[in-house]
Design a protein around this ligand. Structure first.
Ligand code: 3H9
Length: 705
């Protein structure tokens, strides 16, 4: 494909006295430099040509315009800027009509808000989602949207990043009219001809006065207070509110200047880089060799083995996506519990008024519980979610091999077991794959697709297709203990335990991790998940643990007391009756002190910054090992894993992107310094050393398609 030129991405055609301007820049008509130049030229031509009485703006293909070209951010800006283009549209002395279909987002909607009249086709999606990229609407969106839809509604739209349906946009005042049909150009020509016939005037959005500025400022103050509580370190939301304040208080041009200044601040922020990395990483992550080489197998019926928390969550996820589900359990009592586990999710939705009884009945009609494996004979894809024990799982797969039809995909939801060994229990290892869901499986977005040695490419492709249907974020992983996520987690949890034993309290560590942007710290997570789970894992690993490796026993001392966290009323924190947040527990601190004393450790203080340097260095170092072993295909797969499944702050882009932004040399220097205390734990990854030696970063390994 040749480079886009203004003429190729913006085409104009005269239809009578109308200049029809079409943006044609697949896939989503993003406003790259060529489009901006093309639009500016088209507007200049329309203005100069006395034969042109009106201008129609439409998008070709599946969208009007999805916004600025995100790939250009971070590179030098090329003129004309989008605000200039928008100004040329608004200042046109001839009526300009925009017809919106598909995505009209960000800069795309801002172009439309600069037009004098707006129509939307029924399936159009309108929004100002810049906040999700660490930005604010930077082409007049913060100044024009409040004039059209009111200060509160516009600010909420920008803060949420939500997309509005055409109908909602009409009700909100963003568009003038809904248009039937699917031909934006024809609809627009018809409408504009009508306007011209009755000499309709140009209507500049900038000329609309904001009603009751005092009330608007009070609304903004309330929104600001509320937003400040929720944003957890995010930069752009409060800047959005500042821009809208300017829209209320300042003349339009001054408001625009304020918006531009704050937009550039956001553009320069590392959060913008992190969030845009996350945007592209989530789109790249599905591009794996197997899914590109092979077509998925067809699947219409899903089987689940096991009706516990995981099995039921997976069943709900499949039911929500519209699939019939057959769940198998070993006896009548277990399958009754499995069914109840599924049903209680929908009962909860009905109770909250989020689902009608009839809809629940319709979903549950697609669910079949059974105690016989033979009932899985017709399913196309079966997911095993039984007890984490290799022998138990092998026995299940022998049964599946016996009953399932040829070509059925046989998946295990194991979170650490050897899937090659599970596959070897069948006569069809080419059909066996890992589908590691995260709890609660109907809510958590991450799905690790674990690829054993003998699986065929079309089974991997099927797993990616399933993820799409279930609205999951899939990440391809190789077989190892813990795959990508839990393997790396185990290492940085160890680093946290070392810091704990050396002097920081669990409460300080949690606070440092929250300050970094996580919703919770690791000890809070342990209390939420149940301390017994981690304890069971540690006991399982005890036999194979390297005796030379540092082992911190504090968590065992807590678990031995039956303090498993929220479910037992105490763990690392105390949870008195009715308390939502944990409270610090002096007895836990005494246990920590006693353990330090037993090991002869004199506690020292740790700043939050040092805690995070250690936490992150451990995460990145293990991430690099996961990469060099081929467990993760690219650094971005690790980033997406942690963003979607482990609460990593999205605005930091993921651990590998974070490391790039720090500078890999700095991260390596930390690891080497920590290795002086514990060379066993802090062994720098060969890949990290190699990248630093070559002056490269992790991003250089993210080949983008
Ligand atoms: C902005 O506008 C700033 C202004 O206020 C101020 C400027 C001064 N640019 O998601 P999909 C690519 S900020 C470049 O898989 P879908 C995407 O990477 C922007 N590329 O499809 C993918 O490429 P590939 C505000 C973009 O149908 C392909 O298009 N706008 C852009 O599921 C298909 O994307 C937004 O934040 C872009 N703006 O969803 C909207 N958008 O095929 C961001 C997409 O190579 N976009 N691509 O992997 C979206 O939300 C969704 O892409 C959309 C389509 C809903 C449009």
């Amino acid at each position: 494909m040749g480079a886009a030129t203004p003429d190729s991405v913006v085409t104009t055609a005269r239809v009578g006295s109308i200049l029809a301007v079409t943006v044609n820049n697949p896939p989503v008509n993003a406003l790259g430099v060529a489009v901006r130049q093309g639009l500016a030229a088209a507007m200049a031509a329309a203005q100069a040509d006395s034969g042109v009485a009106g201008v129609l703006l439409v998008g070709a293909g599946k969208a009007f315009i999805a916004g600025a070209d995100i790939r250009e951010f971070g590179k030098p800006t090329m003129p004309p800027s989008l605000p200039e283009v928008c100004r040329s549209i608004e200042d046109c002395t001839k009526p300009v009509v925009a017809v919106l279909h598909g995505a009209a987002l960000g800069g795309g909607l801002e172009v439309a808000l600069s037009a004098h009249y707006r129509l939307a086709l029924p399936a159009a999606k309108l929004g100002l989602p810049e906040v999700t990229l660490g930005l604010l609407p930077g082409s007049g969106g913060t100044q024009r949207a409040p004039r059209l839809m009111g200060v509160k509604a516009a600010t909420e739209l920008m803060l949420s990043g939500q997309h509005l349906s055409a109908k909602a946009a009409l009700a909100a005042g963003l568009v003038d009219q809904l248009a039937e049909g699917d031909d934006a150009r024809a609809v627009g020509l018809d409408y504009l001809s009508g306007l011209l016939a009755r000499n309709a005037p140009v209507r500049r959005t900038r000329d609309i006065a904001i009603a009751d500025p005092a009330a608007a400022l009070a609304e903004l103050a309330a929104l600001k207070a509320d937003t400040a509580k929720k944003i957890r370190g995010l930069f752009s939301p409060l800047k959005i509110i500042e821009c809208v304040q300017a829209a209320v208080q300042l003349p339009f041009d001054e408001g625009m200047a304020r918006e531009r200044a704050l937009f550039l601040e956001c553009l320069d922020s590392p959060q913008r880089a992190g969030l845009i990395h996350a945007f592209f990483a989530e789109r790249e992550v599905v591009k794996v060799p197997e899914a590109q080489a092979a077509a998925p197998r067809a699947f219409a019926r899903i089987g689940i083995v096991g009706g516990g928390t995981m099995g039921a969550g997976i069943a709900v996820s499949a039911l929500d996506a519209g699939y019939p589900v057959t769940m198998v359990e070993r006896d009548a009592e277990s399958i009754a519990r499995g069914r109840a586990n599924v049903e209680k999710v929908y009962t909860g939705l009905v109770a909250k008024g989020r689902m009608a009884e009839e809809a629940k009945a319709a979903v549950m009609a697609r669910y079949t519980g059974s105690t016989s494996y033979d009932d899985l004979a017709n399913v196309d894809l079966v997911i095993e979610a039984v007890f984490e024990d290799l022998e138990v799982k092998k026995a299940v797969f022998k049964e599946l091999d016996r009953v399932c039809k040829p070509g059925a995909v046989l998946a295990t939801n194991t979170s650490y077991l050897d899937i090659d060994a599970i596959a070897a229990a069948t006569r069809r290892p080419q059909d066996v794959i890992g589908l590691h869901f995260f709890s609660p499986a109907n809510i958590m977005k991450l799905l690790e697709i674990v690829v054993p040695a003998k699986v065929s490419a079309d089974v991997v492709a099927t797993a990616f297709e399933l993820a799409k249907k279930l609205k999951k974020v899939p990440v391809r992983a190789g077989v190892c203990d813990g795959f990508i996520g839990n393997r790396i987690l185990a290492v940085y949890r160890d680093a946290a335990n070392h810091v704990l034993e050396d002097g920081a309290s669990p409460y300080e560590i949690d606070a440092a991790v929250r300050e970094f942007g996580y919703p919770m710290g690791p000890f809070q997570v342990s209390d939420l998940a149940g301390g017994d789970i981690g304890w069971a894992t540690r006991k399982r690993k005890a036999a194979t643990r390297d005796p030379k490796a540092r082992y911190v026993e504090i968590a065992d001392r807590i678990a031995e007391r039956g303090w498993y966290g929220q479910k037992t009323g105490r763990g690392w924190y105390l949870y008195p009756e009715g308390a939502r947040m944990g409270q610090q527990d002096p007895e836990v601190l005494a246990i920590v002190d006693a353990e330090r004393a037993r090991k002869g450790i004199t506690p020292r203080t740790f700043s939050h910054e040092e805690i995070m340097r250690r936490y992150m260095a451990a995460m990145v170092n293990e991430g690099a090992k996961v990469l060099e072993e081929g467990i993760a295909l690219r650094p971005l797969d690790i980033d997406v894993t942690f963003l979607s499944g482990y609460g990593f702050p999205r605005y930091r882009g993921g651990p590998m992107q974070w490391a790039d932004m720090q500078g890999l040399d700095k991260v390596l220097a930390d690891i080497e310094a920590f290795a002086k205390e514990d060379a066993q734990f802090w062994q720098p990854a060969a890949l990290l050393k190699k990248l630093v030696a070559e002056g490269r970063n992790f991003a250089s390994l993210n080949q983008r398609g």
